[in-house]
Design a protein around this ligand. Structure first.
Ligand code: GLC
Ligand code: CA
Length: 532
């Protein structure tokens, strides 16, 4: 297709570099490891990879605490390895998206080391330093850290507090300082010059906090963080001009892309940051919180479509912060339910984001307290086990360490790797991996599935979801049975006498029974049909 726009029409695949492929046996995934798997990704059919942060980091939050925005962490490789990855990805028409974590730095970033060294250091104002009327005995206001405890840490040396939305080793930057802002904008240019195609902006709607540092109002919640309405530490009006500046910076290069991680935000708030002159997209995490019930998904799709207006939607079932969908949906081992989930994600109107291992139905690893690496799990155990569960090494084969690398992996491999791995699934035509491949291929060759408008056939589905995707003369019907029982989907009077061709199903090779406008589906069935 000549007007193919990669971030709109394509599929984006998130890689957690630590856990994807380890090329040198130190137990940590790395850039040459990823490069070595590009053929796999090309064969899967993805159009872009998003790498979780690869900048130098002391790993208090595994890369989300950055110590140098223009460098590559040696544990992942050298700059030359990154350039080689970009070159080889582009050779395969795979775009590269980097994760930029600009709300905060590491406390080991030279800027913060300087900033905390004295009150009159030129970089003092690069972070959010405050005194409190109660001195060291109480913080300047009631803001909390989402990772536990108050959001302020007292610094003995200078007698002031600094603010951190995440762990205390992640001090928040002061985006009101023009030097901070200019420095960050230069980061976009730096990587764009190196051929990077897009950026995922970590918690970008937190960059600005209230300039008067007012207390957040209280509300009911379990954790102290949830007992506040986050009006003064998130989504401040100053953000909009930064969003515009980021877009203008990217627009100086062809086909660059920015997707924002809107944190704590509802669909309306996410949508307001997107559009022409603003970000290309912002995530919504609704799908990540739903049980396996079609009505929830459908209602949200309709709401998201309506809220976005002209902005292109996106959907995500998995990422590095959440329990994997196969675990969340209590998917039986035969993977049929996860094929239905995959079909939904890849046939809705919007950019699908996949997360490494999703295509082979990886499950969360079971965690003991002694396994924990993620600061969230360490703080909240056993109420919240943190995010290590979804970050286990990619399962490539039944070999040692699931084929991840020769050394002991930084996080344990899921015991199911013996059967659940890429190699085994490649040779099984009925595997979930091959189903993802077929779906991606179908999507690529079917304009209606990429660009077509979304027309629901069901409005309050209890078990089955049906919709059409329509574009200039092409109509595709997607029928998804979320239940184990067979069921009928009403196609409606207009489609009573329609003739169909089967494009893809996980349950049959030929057209299903369609009688008087009723489409018959088996349990856990995906059926994608083309109107003739
Ligand atoms: C985002 C990231 C998460 C990280 C946090 C702080 O939510 O997705 O992994 O811990 O920001 O950077
Ligand atoms: Ca390594």
């Amino acid at each position: 297709m000549s007007d193919f726009l990669w971030w709109r029409d394509g599929v984006i695949y998130q890689i957690y570099p630590r856990s994807f492929a380890d090329s040198n046996g130190d137990g940590i995934g790395d850039l040459p490891g990823i490069t070595g798997k590009l053929d796999y990704l090309a064969d899967l059919g993805v159009d872009a990879i998003w790498l979780s942060p690869i900048n130098p980091s002391p790993d208090k939050d595994f890369g989300y605490d950055v110590a140098d925005y223009k460098g590559i962490d040696p544990k992942y490789g050298k700059m030359a390895d990154f350039e080689e990855l970009v070159r080889q990805a582009h050779e395969r028409k795979i775009r590269v998206i980097l994760d930029l974590v600009m709300n905060h730095t590491s406390d080991q970033h030279p800027w913060f080391i300087e900033s905390r060294s004295s009150k009159d250091n030129p970089k003092r104002d690069w972070y959010l330093w405050r005194t409190s009327s109660k001195g060291k005995n109480a913080p300047p206001n009631n803001w909390q850290s989402i990772f536990g405890g108050i959001g302020w840490t007292y610094d003995e040396k200078t007698g002031e507090w600094y603010y951190h939305m995440f762990v205390k080793e992640q001090p928040d930057l002061n985006w009101r300082n023009p030097d901070v802002r200019a420095e960050m904008i230069s980061v976009f240019r730096f990587w764009s010059e190196l051929g990077v195609d897009g950026f995922r902006l970590d918690v970008f709607n937190e960059y600005f906090k209230d300039d008067q540092y007012r207390d957040n109002p209280k509300k009911f919640g379990i954790r102290p963080f949830d007992q506040q309405v986050h009006i003064y530490d998130a989504d401040r009006p100053e953000m909009m001009s930064v969003v515009e500046e980021i877009r203008a910076t990217l627009d100086a290069y062809p086909e660059r892309y920015a997707v924002g991680e809107t944190f704590l935000a509802d669909p309306k708030t996410s949508a307001k940051y997107c559009g022409s002159g603003k970000l290309h997209a912002a995530f919504n995490f609704a799908f990540i919180h739903f049980p396996w019930k079609p009505d929830k998904f459908l209602k949200f799709v309709l709401e998201w479509e309506a809220t976005l207006g002209d902005t292109w939607p996106n959907y995500v079932l998995n990422n590095h912060d959440t329990v994997r969908s196969a675990t969340r949906f209590h998917a039986p081992d035969n993977d049929e339910r996860m094929k239905v989930a995959a079909a939904m994600l890849l046939t809705l109107r919007g950019t699908p984001f996949l997360y490494y291992g999703e295509e082979i139905g990886m499950r969360d690893i079971p965690l003991k307290k002694s396994d924990l690496q993620d600061p969230v799990g360490v703080t909240y155990w056993p109420f919240n086990k943190g995010r290590d569960g979804c970050r286990s090494p990619m399962q490539w084969s039944a070999g040692a360490n699931a084929g991840f690398g020769s050394g002991k992996p930084w996080l344990k491999v899921h015991p199911n790797y013996v059967n659940r791995n890429v190699e085994a699934q490649k040779s099984d035509p009925r595997s979930i991996l091959n189903f993802y491949r077929k779906l991606l291929k179908l999507r690529k060759n079917t304009p209606a599935l990429q660009k077509g408008m979304f027309v629901p056939l069901t409005y309050d589905p209890q078990q089955v979801m049906g919709y059409l995707r329509q574009v200039d003369g092409q109509t595709v019907l997607v029928a998804l049975n979320f239940g184990k029982r067979k069921i009928k989907l009403a196609l409606g009077p207009r489609l009573n006498d329609a003739k169909w061709e089967l494009l893809l199903s996980n349950k049959r090779e030929e057209l299903p029974k369609i009688q008087k406008g009723w489409l018959h589906l088996s349990g856990d069935e995906v059926c994608i049909l083309l109107l003739k």
